[in-house]
Design a protein around this ligand. Structure first.
Ligand code: TYD
Ligand code: MG
Length: 453
């Protein structure tokens, strides 16, 4: 009998080592490396039911591969489809990650109940009892007569049952409670999570079933994070949002069938998750009175613009080491912008606490936030409000130059659509034709922008 292979894997980034280390040399996290026993490879010929096709491998040219099965099907939520790159691809393995309570089970239950009307669908729950799921479905008023339910945590059993039931889409809720009999370690350990996911993915590919895997992300990393299985699945998407906020955002981390920068927005209501078709409107629900330090900017998320509000508070610090806090924006970028503001804007904030917040729990990773952030800081520091109908975007370089950002024209159009009358944008993003009811001011340097306001 072949010996089982042991490896050591970082639960945060998935790097593999031959021996145990205290710190992962790749992602530099401490105490994240744990032992991982690979399952014995299945005997040649495949000794489990339904794995036809595992026996013979043949070589063929790319163009001779049958593509007729590939058309995607819609997931019943257009926001979900958008993040997936246009719908669910049959035979793909999709990981839905998120903190406990984010709404993963709710989202998938709603999706599956609707999809079950059109195709065979199987929902496997290992976390909640069948009664709990049924009660939730009933409370949410979902169609329940078609969806097949299974309460099971053994991956082999699930695959054997699925091979008989032949669903076209199935949900595994969640991958952390699944286990395989070949592996000794407890469910939730790196070995179990990785091997279970690999087994289920293989099943999905061979049977052309769309496989949706739920994965919990925990802050302390006590459970194997979804990171360790990102390489074996096709799409990894995260459902994010704090428990105290109504809004949840769905974002792709990896997608073999589409772009990853799409953002889907949902609202958690008493009747489950609802799509937010016009997210700009909710992130912008401001009071009528304009306050210092508040600025509206246009973000570009995947294929659409999103208007969001940024707030800054600059206040005299009682500490020797003033605080710099950024919520929803990058902390290092804030420090850099403060340095640029000092050097090229002549504004010294060394003795001030600086707080920045992106309203609505949105996380901004784009550089187009730079100019809006700087002007919000100036507005708060000078205690003067900016006009309510003003929108700002642009990247700021280290020498104080304002750099253009992609899709400038579409961003300005979106702002005009929501009733904004003025825009401060990078000079190279100036629209070719004037936009009705919109005064666009192009700036080349930070000092120009400061003069304008
Ligand atoms: P759930 O889908 O169980 O989260 P996950 O599977 O990601 O752990 O969602 C749990 C949260 O959603 C819970 O805190 C309550 C809230 N919720 C609502 O506000 N309204 C609803 O209709 C439902 C079903 C849940
Ligand atoms: Mg759940």
């Amino acid at each position: 009998m072949a010996k089982t292979k042991t490896a050591y894997v970082c639960t945060d980034c998935g790097s593999e080592y031959a021996r145990w280390l205290g710190q992962c040399t790749d992602c530099k996290a401490w105490n994240t490396i744990s032992e991982f026993r690979q399952a014995k490879a299945p005997a040649r010929g495949g000794n489990f039911a339904g794995f036809a096709g595992a026996t013979e491998a043949k070589v063929q040219t790319l163009d001779s591969i049958d593509l007729t099965d590939l058309p995607r099907f819609s997931s019943a939520f257009s926001e979900f489809d958008r993040v997936l790159g246009g719908g669910i691809v049959p035979g793909s393995a999709i990981l839905i990650g998120g903190e406990p309570g984010a709404g993963k089970s709710t989202l998938l239950l709603q999706t599956m109940c609707t999809l079950a009307e059109q195709m065979p669908a199987l929902y496997v729950t290992g976390e909640e009892s069948l009664q709990q799921v049924a009660m939730r479905a009933k409370r949410l008023g979902l169609p329940t007569n078609k969806l097949q339910m299974l309460s099971e945590t053994s991956v082999e059993n699930i695959c054997n049952i699925a091979a008989k039931e032949k669903p076209r889409i199935m949900v595994i809720d969640s991958i952390q409670v699944m286990h395989m009999s070949d592996i000794q370690s407890a469910p939730g350990s790196v070995s179990q999570v990785r091997e279970s996911a690999a087994y289920l993915t293989r099943f999905a590919k061979q049977h052309h079933v769309a496989m949706l895997l739920v994965g919990h992300v925990t802050k302390d990393g006590s459970l194997a994070g979804p990171k360790v299985l990102e390489h074996c699945i096709d799409c990894s998407i995260m459902l994010e949002g704090t428990a105290d906020s109504r809004y949840r955002t769905l974002r792709g981390n990896k997608n073999r069938f589409g772009a990853v920068n799409e953002l889907g927005v949902f609202a958690m209501t008493g009747a489950g998750l609802k799509e937010v078709k016009n997210p700009s409107a909710i992130f912008l629900s401001r009071s009528d009175e304009q306050t210092p330090g508040s600025v509206v900017m246009v973000l570009w998320e995947g294929t659409r613009p999103l208007l969001i509000e940024i707030q800054a508070l600059v206040d005299h610090s009682a500490l020797g080491n003033p605080r710099r806090v950024a919520v929803g924006a990058d902390q290092n970028r804030l420090s850099m912008l403060l340095a640029i503001l000092h050097r090229h804007g002549g504004l010294q904030l060394n003795d001030q606490d600086v707080f920045v917040n992106v309203v609505g729990g949105v996380k901004v990773t784009e550089t187009s936030i730079d100019l809006a952030l700087i002007l919000a800081l100036v507005s708060s520091f000078k205690n003067t409000e900016l006009p309510q109908d003003l929108v700002i975007f642009g990247e700021v370089g280290l020498s104080g130059e304002i750099r253009p950002v992609p899709s400038g024209q579409e961003r300005i159009n979106e702002a005009a659509k929501h009733g904004f009358k003025r825009a401060i944008v990078p000079f190279n993003n100036m629209p070719k034709q004037p936009i009705p009811d919109m005064e666009v001011i192009g700036v080349r340097k930070l000092s120009d922008a400061l003069e304008v306001i």
